[in-house]
Structures are given as structure tokens and as C-alpha cells.
Design a protein around this ligand. Structure first.
Ligand code: NAD
Length: 293
């Protein structure tokens, strides 16, 4: 069992840390919020007063933070306090360039680092069923895998450093585009007098079939677990989808990849967010498009 420093114990980090504790690891937690540090102690972890205090003597450092700028600044502190040979796992969703920059600095200082962003949300974090997309060397992936195991159901090595973030950005861009596509199809069908369930029965068995339709259907009725059946409570909030789309568009800008539908999706989710609907599930875009939200 390892000593794990866990930095960033928010909606995702705390339940992930609880699963590490459940697997028998020692967790030394730090978060800027005192309330969160108290919750860490309550869960059986050791709450620390600073990043450096949490990291001293730890075998593994896991970060689950809001942005690339924060990740970069926290690793500035991690580098000064970590023991030789420590493994760093950044599970935050951040831009590919920062992920590669921080990992390269870690390697220069003799540390092993992977980027390991997740999908599965707060429910997956609590259940220990997250999907981890991991970027780093084969050796780094092998070291990270057993640590990630109690927190995840699926752990995929995506290639070199930064490729975990790349996979996440590409997947969520595709998800945004497909959700808008499914929503447009339902809205057009309704305008033509087509019943939602009838269209679902056709498309879910035809070439329009996709996850946004069959697992996360944006209209109430066909898929019991869809947020559409729960007044579009998230789920996956529009503000979080927009964060991921912006990272994808930043990445597309840096490589020159042509992503016109990604760009349009970002514009649509920006409008939905700016209209005060950032807390609405992203499948609520169907109502935004029809002018009902
Ligand atoms: P959150 O805001 O609930 O948690 C972030 C935590 O980091 C907060 O508790 C905050 O106090 C802490 N923090 C901020 N700056 C810090 C610093 N300098 N030092 C220590 N602690 C600091 O966010 P979250 O929902 O837990 O998301 C964390 C990451 O996971 C984000 O990158 C997000 O995009 C990603 N993510 C979230 C979800 C989700 O459904 N919430 C799903 C997948 C990925």
C-alpha cells in the first residue's frame, strides 16, 4: 500500500480519495477549503495544511484541480517537496500543452508523471467506476495503473504525455456535436408531427444510432436514466461541457486541425451558458435550440 498525497478534494477529488482509503492506501489530503479538509479527516484521511506538507514522504501525488494554471502552480510546490522517484498523476481536465509542459518539467527533475483525466462524473467518482485516459510512457502507465484501479472501471493508455487530455478533449467535442445533432433531429421531427418515442424507436435501430440518443436521450421518455426525465438536472452540466469544448478548440487552434462543428458547438453551448443555464445538464441544449430555455 502507498502513501498518496491528494491535492484538490472537491466534488470529484474527495470521493476518489475515499476509494483510495477504502483500498488501504494512506491519503494525505490538501485543499484550499477548510471545510473540505475537515471532510478529508472525517473520511479517514490525514488533512494537511499545505501542498508541501501533504507531498513530503508521499510515494504518489494525485491532483484533481480546476485549471491548467492552477495545476502548473501547484506542481511548482510539489517539485520542491516530493521525495525522489515519486509518481505524479494529474487527473484534472486541462489543456494538452500545459499537461505536456508540467510532465516534461517533472521528468527533468527525475519524477515520473502521467496525465489521467477522467470521464464518469461525480457518480463515477463515488462508485469507483471512472474511465481514466492516461498519457505518459509505458513504464509510467504501469506504475499508475494499480493506484488508479480502486477509482476506476476502465483505464486506457492513450500514448505519450498529454494524450490523456487529447483523448478527453476529442471525446467530449464529439459528445457535444452528437448531442446537438440528436437534439436537432428530435426538434425537426416534432415540427413535422413525429412522435418522440416513434422517432427514438426508428433512429435507435438505424444509422442515426449513437450514445447521445440511446444512453442519454435528450427528450423525456425513451431512456429512463436520462437527465431529460429529471428536469435536466445534471448529469453533466453545460458549464463543464463548455470548459471541455474550449480546451478542445484551444487544442485545435494550436495544431491547425479543422473542426468547424466543434467550433459551432462551442458557440451554441456558450450562448446557452451565457443565458444563465450553466447548471442545466448539457442535454438541455434541445430546449435551448427550440427556444424553450
Ligand atoms: P471542484 O471545484 O469541486 O474541486 C476543485 C477543488 O480544488 C476545490 O475543492 C478547490 O478548493 C480546490 N483547489 C483549487 N485550487 C487549489 C489549490 N491551489 N490548492 C489546493 N486545492 C485547490 O471541481 P471538480 O468538479 O472536483 O473537478 C475537478 C477537475 O475534474 C476539473 O478539472 C474538472 O474539469 C474535472 N472533471 C469534473 C467532472 C465533474 O463531473 N465534476 C467530471 C470529469 C472531470
Amino acid at each position: 500500500m502507498s502513501i498518496v498525497a491528494f491535492i484538490g478534494l472537491g466534488n470529484m477529488g474527495l470521493p476518489m480519495a475515499k476509494n483510495l482509503l477504502g483500498a488501504g492506501h494512506t491519503v494525505r489530503g490538501f485543499d484550499l477549503s477548510g471545510e473540505v479538509r475537515a471532510a478529508c479527516t472525517e473520511a479517514g484521511g490525514i488533512a494537511c495544511a499545505a501542498v508541501t506538507e501533504a507531498v513530503e514522504g508521499a510515494d504518489v501525488v494525485i491532483t484533481m484541480l480546476p485549471s491548467g494554471a492552477i495545476v502548473k502552480s501547484v506542481y511548482g510546490e510539489v517539485f520542491t517537496a516530493a521525495k525522489a522517484g515519486a509518481l505524479f498523476i494529474d487527473s484534472s481536465t486541462i489543456d494538452v500543452a500545459t499537461a505536456r509542459e508540467v510532465a516534461s518539467e517533472a521528468a527533468d527533475k527525475g519524477f515520473t508523471m502521467v496525465d489521467a483525466p477522467v470521464s464518469g462524473g461525480v457518480g463515477g467518482a463515488a462508485a469507483g467506476t471512472l474511465a481514466f485516459m492516461v498519457g505518459g510512457t509505458e513504464e509510467a502507465f504501469k506504475s499508475a495503473e494499480p493506484i488508479l484501479d480502486p477509482m476506476g472501471a476502465k483505464i486506457v493508455h492513450c500514448g505519450q504525455s498529454g494524450n490523456g487530455q487529447a483523448a478527453k478533449a476529442c471525446n467530449n467535442m464529439l459528445l457535444a456535436i452528437s448531442m446537438i445533432g440528436v437534439s436537432e433531429a428530435f426538434n425537426l421531427g416534432r415540427s413535422l408531427g413525429l412522435d418522440d418515442q416513434t422517432f427514438f424507436d426508428v433512429a435507435s435501430n438505424a444509422s442515426g444510432q449513437c450514445w447521445s440518443l440511446t444512453s442519454y436521450c435528450p427528450v423525456p421518455g425513451p431512456v429512463e436514466t436520462s437527465p431529460a426525465n429529471n428536469d435536466y438536472n445534471p448529469g453533466f452540466a453545460t458549464a463543464l461541457m463548455l470548459k471541455d469544448l474550449r480546451l478542445a478548440m484551444e487544442a485545435a487552434g494550436s495544431t491547425g486541425a479543422n473542426t468547424p462543428l466543434g467550433k459551432l458547438s462551442e458557440e451554441i453551448y456558450t450562448a446557452m451558458n451565457d443565458a444563465g443555464n450553466g447548471g442545466v445538464d448539457f442535454s438541455g441544449v434541445i430546449k435551448h435550440l427550440s427556444g424553450d430555455l
